[in-house]
Design a binder for this molecule. Sequence first.
Ligand code: E4P
Length: 216
Amino acid sequence: MKFFIDTANLAQIKEANDLGILDGVTTNPSLMAKEGINGADNILKHYEAICEIVDGDVSAEVLSTDFASIIEEGKKLAAIHPNIVVKVPMIKDGVKAIKWFTDNGIKTNCTLVFSAGQAILAAKAGASYVSPFIGRIDDSSWDGVELIAQISQIYSLQGFKTEILAASIRNALHIVKCAEVGADVCTCPLDSILGLLKHPLTDIGLAKFLEDAKKL
Ligand code: E4P
């Protein structure tokens, strides 16, 4: 399973990259706004900066919602760097645009996916990645990990090549559960990635080893 970091914060992207386990980055308009990035030029420059840090796929989301504008915007994003993946919402014009990008050799990430039906449509259009938002599904009292399992079973039965990118991850357990049910990628906040490190028995065991090492 690949690990992406879900942020536009350059310091956090560097920290995760330095761990040596990072395969890519996802962003969205809310994450860019949180970093105070605004204006078309600054947005493009910020994606460039991310691509300079990480040698892996970087999802850059379009802000347009009609076919012609999504294509125009997606082409500009894809021209920034070969690792840019154009992130397109799961709407009618978005599906049409994903098919166009696929036919024209541009990688895509179909975002805002909340059902197996939407995931089938994204795969039929040829999306490189499909992003089910598991944390937001959990928030509405449904089971986000269950959706990942369902999509994984469907893609494997049907031979779809689209990679399942579990998004809206809220904690380390989400990552473990997504790995169990066949997610190809988890995109996680830095805290959830670092949460995987933690176990009290590791801390207790290390303290004892260091204490005993003084006797050597
Ligand atoms: C990433 O691709 C998604 O945009 C992101 O994971 C959404 O996360 P949130 O539900 O925490 O906003």
